[in-house]
Design a protein around this ligand. Structure first.
Ligand code: ADP
Ligand code: ADP
Length: 237
């Protein structure tokens, strides 16, 4: 469903972040991209939702030639992809429920967003998403009172409420302690299993990646140096 064919990415400053990437990811896979800082992990993930444009080659997602998309088509394509960041990117001065609601009710006016008037149907959908990540009891708590792990769960709920075809996560656990990081990884694993949504995340904790992902893609200096099952990974990667 995601296919990179001979993909290169060169940034305007001439840094070649990806070099001849060939990678195919299928429906329902749980893939961790690992590698040292600067290897190109983030670039690889961000090309999939067109936060970065590839410089050459082809990138095909669900039959869509992503490299050929323009303007409005990029925006509608992005709606199908859930994106999770290291820094959560939440609206911190409001509740968990509100954060989820505003993410998938885009037609809401500024005023309605501010006053928090939402339809019952939307509210149920948002509460269901919060339940799916185990924080339903915190729906009405302001997210700035949450721990890092709980904030990442709100971000995950927000993504789920958008019914994404794919979930991408750019260093989702980098700012979490090991215990919380594992809780968040448990959520990813459960979502991947229950909804068969492919999840692609990059992670620099190799140990945690091997513990959770079915498939490991090792990147070094913009190239794929390993692609296989977690149990096949050796010290070399
Ligand atoms: P990783 O996620 O593995 O740490 P990145 O994909 O962030 O690696 O970066 C790969 C290389 O591309 C690095 O040399 C980095 O400095 C460079 N790079 C990343 N983003 C940009 C950018 N927006 N402009 C220029 N160079 C970038
Ligand atoms: P992360 O690894 O979480 O993406 P970075 O610190 O690598 O964080 O990058 C932060 C931002 O700076 C990103 O948007 C990235 O694309 C950009 N960036 C990274 N390296 C460079 C670089 N060498 N030149 C310009 N922008 C860069």
């Amino acid at each position: 469903m995601i296919e990179f064919i001979n993909v290169d990415k060169v940034y305007p400053n001439k840094v070649k972040a990806l070099h001849n990437i060939n990678l195919k990811i299928n429906q329902g896979e749980f893939v961790a991209i690992i590698g040292l800082s600067g290897a190109g992990k983030s670039t690889l993930i961000r090309c999939i939702n067109v936060m970065h444009e590839i410089s050459s080659g082809e990138l095909i997602v669900d039959g869509v030639k992503v490299h050929a998309l323009k303007g409005r088509d990029i925006r509608s394509f992005r709606k199908r992809i859930g994106m999770i960041f290291q820094s959560f990117n939440l609206v911190t001065r409001t509740t968990a429920l509100h954060n989820v609601l505003v993410s998938f009710v885009p037609e809401l006016s500024f005023w309605r967003k501010l006053t928090g008037i939402f339809s019952k149907e939307h509210k149920i959908k948002a509460l269901t998403a919060l339940e799916q990540v185990g924080i339903l009891d915190k729906a009405y708590v302001r997210v700035d009172q949450f721990s890092g792990g709980q904030q990442q769960r709100v971000a995950l709920a927000r993504t789920l409420a958008q019914n994404p075809d794919i979930i991408l996560a750019d260093e989702p656990i980098a700012s979490l302690d090991p215990v919380t990081a594992r809780q968040v990884m448990d959520d990813f694993k459960r979502i991947n299993r229950d909804f068969r949504i492919p999840i692609i995340l990059n992670i620099h904790h190799v140990e945690i990646a091997l513990e959770y992902a079915q498939r490991i893609v090792g990147v070094r200096e913009g190239q794929i140096v390993f692609d296989g099952k977690a149990e096949e990974v050796t010290e070399e990667v």
